[in-house]
Design a protein around this ligand. Structure first.
Ligand code: NAP
Length: 254
C-alpha cells in the first residue's frame, strides 16, 4: 500500500516527471504516487488503454496533473519527439517485457526484442531526456532481482543486469552535473507481467512460502521507493540499487 503520510511529507510540487511503462503495474503506481506528491507527470506506454486506466486512477485524487502519450520506447525517434519540449526533473524507466525461460527456447528474435525494450528502451529515454533535465535531477531505473542472481529468462536477466551496470556508470558520469541515478530491483510483484503466474493461487503461495516476509509484493511497494529516490530525502543517494523482494533472494531455501 501507499503510505499516505509519505505523500504528505514528500513534496514534489513544481517538478516534472516522465514515467515509462505507466500504463500498468509498477510504472502506473510510480506515476500515480509521484503525481500525488505534487509532481506534474507525463505517463508513457505502448498500451493506450492502459494509459487511460492510469489517468482514471490518478483522477480519483484531487489536484493531480498527469498527461499521457502512447509511444514505443524501443523507437528512439518517437521518444525524442515526445520528450523534445520537456524540461524534466525526474525520469523513471519502467517499461518492460518478459522473455522465454531458457537458452533453448530463446530465439534470436526473442533476444533482440527483449533487449530492444528492456535495455535499448531505457537508453533511448535517457538519451532523449537527459539533455532537457533540470538540475538537480533524479533518474530511477526499474531493474529486477533477476539482474542480481542467476535464474531463468536469459535475455531478461541479461538486460536487467545491464541496467544495474548502466545506472552505476551514469551515476558517475552525471553526478558532477547534478543528476542522481539509482535503480530499484523488484522481486515478485503482482502486475500485468506476472499475472499469469501469480494469479494461480498455488504458485503465488509457493513463492510466498519461500519469501521471508511470506507474501508477494504489490506495485506500491516499489512506487514508495521510487518516490523516495525522486525526492530530496535521497539527495545524497546515487549509484545505488534498492532491492525490494521481501527477502526472497537473501535466503537459500535448500
Ligand atoms: P507490466 O504490468 O506488464 O507493465 C509494463 C508496461 O510496459 C506495460 O504497460 C507494457 O505494455 C509496457 N511496455 C511494454 N513494451 C513497451 C514498449 N516497447 N514501449 C512502451 N511501453 C511498453 O509489468 P511490471 O511488472 O509493472 O513491469 C515494470 C518493470 O518492472 C519492468 O521493467 C519489469 O521488468 C520490472 N520488474 C517487474 C517485476 C514483477 O514481478 N512484476 C519484477 C522485477 C522487475 P504491454 O502490456 O502492452 O506490453
Amino acid at each position: 500500500m501507499v503510505h499516505e503520510s509519505l505523500v504528505n511529507v514528500i513534496s514534489l510540487n513544481g517538478r516534472r516527471a516522465v514515467v515509462t511503462g505507466a500504463g500498468s503495474g509498477i510504472g502506473r503506481a510510480a506515476a500515480v504516487i509521484l503525481a500525488k506528491a505534487g509532481a506534474s507527470v507525463l505517463a508513457l506506454d505502448i498500451d493506450r488503454e492502459g494509459l487511460s486506466a492510469t489517468k482514471g486512477v490518478a483522477s480519483q485524487v484531487s489536484d493531480v496533473e498527469l498527461d499521457v502519450a502512447t509511444v514505443d520506447v524501443s523507437d528512439l525517434a518517437a521518444i525524442e519527439s515526445v520528450l523534445s519540449d520537456e524540461s524534466l526533473d525526474i525520469v523513471v524507466n519502467s517499461a518492460g517485457i518478459m522473455a522465454p525461460d531458457s537458452l533453448a527456447t530463446t530465439s534470436g528474435q526473442d533476444w533482440d526484442r527483449v533487449l530492444a525494450v528492456n535495455l535499448t528502451g531505457y537508453f533511448n529515454v535517457l538519451k532523449s531526456a537527459v539533455p532537457h533535465m533540470n538540475r538537480p535531477g533524479s533518474i530511477i531505473q526499474i531493474s529486477s532481482m533477476m539482474g542480481h542472481i542467476g535464474l531463468a529468462f536469459p535475455a531478461y536477466t541479461a538486460a536487467k543486469g545491464a541496467i544495474l551496470s548502466l545506472s552505476r556508470q551514469l551515476a558517475g558520469e552525471l553526478g558532477p552535473d547534478g543528476i542522481r541515478v539509482n535503480s530499484v530491483s523488484p522481486g515478485m510483484i503482482l502486475t500485468g507481467m506476472t499475472q499469469d503466474d501469480l494469479s494461480d493461487g498455488d504458485q503465488r503461495h509457493r513463492i510466498a512460502d519461500r519469501t521471508p516476509l511470506r507474501t508477494v509484493g504489490a506495485p506500491d511497494d516499489i512506487a514508495n521507493a521510487v518516490l523516495y529516490l525522486a525526492s530530496d530525502l535521497s539527495a545524497f543517494v546515487t549509484g545505488t540499487d534498492i532491492l525490494i523482494d521481501g527477502g526472497l533472494i537473501s535466503t537459500l531455501d535448500l
